[in-house]
Design a protein around this ligand. Structure first.
Ligand SMILES: [Zn+2]
Length: 89
């Protein structure tokens, strides 16, 4: 898989792809050396601190939720218009 999307902007579900290099570094550290153990901990925390990558499915869900919200607002408006005009009669 070739990609250079920044982690923060990733919407492709490249989770493993983005984490791999950090895990490689972490695994290459010598856990018997205190300084390396510290680094491994730091890398793990760094990887955890990255936002979860959005998948296309998430984006679709959000888009749909937004459209549903707008449809409900419009429906509410039409409905109140309808009720108002009934009152006038
Ligand atoms: Zn990505």
């Amino acid at each position: 898989m070739r990609t250079n999307c920044p982690w923060e902007d990733c919407t492709q579900g490249h989770g493993a792809y983005h984490r791999a290099p950090f895990l490689l570094i972490a695994n290459g550290l010598n856990r018997r050396v205190p300084k390396d153990r510290k680094r491994a901990k730091y890398i793990a925390a760094f990887v955890d601190s990255k936002p979860p990558m959005k998948t296309e499915r998430h984006e679709l869900q959000e888009k749909l939720a937004g459209r549903l919200q707008r449809a409900l607002v419009q429906l509410g408006r039409e409905e109140s218009k309808e009720l108002d005009s009934q009152d006038e009669r």
